[in-house]
Design a binder for this molecule. Structure first.
Ligand code: FES
Length: 127
């Protein structure tokens, strides 16, 4: 039912944990099942996401999509990261079963929340 890539990211999730002094933090809950995804990013002066970590309290698909999104954005600019969609994350995992597509909604949404949080903090700091 799950692709090899989903199983790999579920069994060996990349970038799990927390970042000391994170630049931005994003957390979203899935209204369908109540699962939660928490993402932290560290952004450098060139607006590049140089580190990203996550903690997900959810199913295999949610953990795999969290892990995949962290791999997709590490080293990318904020602009590139903002363009990543939930569907792109699911496709990078060679797809998800239709009934599990809602689980992929957490990944890019939590990332986008973390970027928004970083932008808000940056604006406050420069005000
Ligand atoms: Fe909750 Fe998959 S069942 S995120």
């Amino acid at each position: 039912m799950y692709s090899q890539k989903v199983m790999d990211h579920f069994m060996n999730p990349r970038n799990v944990g927390k970042i000391d002094l994170a630049s931005g933090v994003g957390e979203v809950g899935n209204p369908v099942c109540g699962d939660i995804m928490h993402i932290e990013i560290k952004v450098n002066d060139e607006d590049i996401i140089e580190d990203i970590k996550f903690n997900t309290f959810g199913c295999a698909a949610a953990i795999a999509t969290s892990s995949m999104v962290t791999e997709m954005v590490k080293g990318k600019t904020l602009e590139e990261a903002e363009r990543i969609t939930n569907r792109a994350v699911a496709e990078a995992l060679d797809g998800l079963p239709e009934v599990k597509m809602h689980c992929s909604n957490l990944a890019a949404d939590a990332l986008h929340e973390a970027i928004k949080d970083y932008m808000a903090k940056r604006e406050t700091a420069s005000a």
